[in-house]
Design a protein around this ligand. Structure first.
Ligand code: HEM
Length: 197
């Protein structure tokens, strides 16, 4: 077991092996093996979409529930460890997770045949449409407000020292805005199929 869990790559691979085993065994037990058709492709896209969304919103909540409130309690000599090592890594997975969620979400809507209707908030797909617009605004915030300001605040790009606190505050407030939006956005995501409206 140690051999698997000491490596993240091997751990993820083990997760995939378990998934394949579940699908094969369930198919054998129910006598209904998986049919690879359009519905199945859309389902796999839905699964990928949720995985990417968990990566993105998980890190958004980590920043807001853990890192931001804990920073003031960390002794000054230890703070650079967060700014130089943890935060850049978090922001890497955070912003690419956001982009992957948008791409898989838009593909899912397209494969489900309602991409344009949902974006136009047409009746019947207005629930997912509202969720999609909220998530698109959040993703815009990640790439065009949070990330540029974090780059300044963390010293990843040149920025006069007196502007760093302003950049850090802008990133923090926008991250809070996204946390606020995430509540309703997630409701809309799950509402479309499950009668939440
Ligand atoms: C611009 C970004 C996004 C787009 C375009 C998008 C699009 C979609 C679409 C089209 C669906 C299928 C709805 C249905 O027919 O039932 C969906 C479901 C879902 N999305 Fe998103 N989404 C986005 C962001 C997110 C984010 C950030 C999360 C966070 C975890 C998320 C989580 C979910 C979940 C949990 C479902 C429900 C799956 C199900 O009930 O089977 N989405 N999304």
């Amino acid at each position: 077991m140690g051999v698997i869990f000491q490596s993240l790559g091997r751990t993820l691979l083990a997760g995939l092996v378990i998934l394949v085993a579940i699908v094969v065994v369930t198919g054998a037990l129910t006598g209904q093996p998986m049919k690879i058709d359009h519905a199945w492709s859309a389902f796999v896209m839905r699964w990928l979409h949720v995985l990417c969304g968990v990566m993105w919103i998980g890190l958004l909540w980590y920043l807001n529930f853990v890192q931001i409130p804990t920073m003031p309690k960390i002794p000054d000599p230890l703070k650079p460890a967060i700014g130089k090592h943890i935060a850049p890594e978090v922001l890497f997975w955070f912003r690419w997770g956001a982009l992957a969620t948008v791409v898989t979400g838009l593909l899912l809507a397209w494969m489900s045949g309602y991409l344009v209707d949902a974006l136009l908030l047409k009746k019947g797909v207005h629930a997912i449409g509202i969720g999609m617009w909220m998530a698109l605004i959040m993703a815009f915030n990640v790439w065009f407000i949070i990330w540029p300001n974090q780059q300044k605040a963390l010293g990843l790009v040149d920025c006069p020292a007196d502007q760093k606190p302003k950049a850090a505050r802008m990133a923090m407030l926008t991250s809070r805005f996204n946390t606020m939006f995430s509540i309703g956005m997630l409701y809309c995501m799950v509402a479309q199929q499950n009668g939440g409206f």
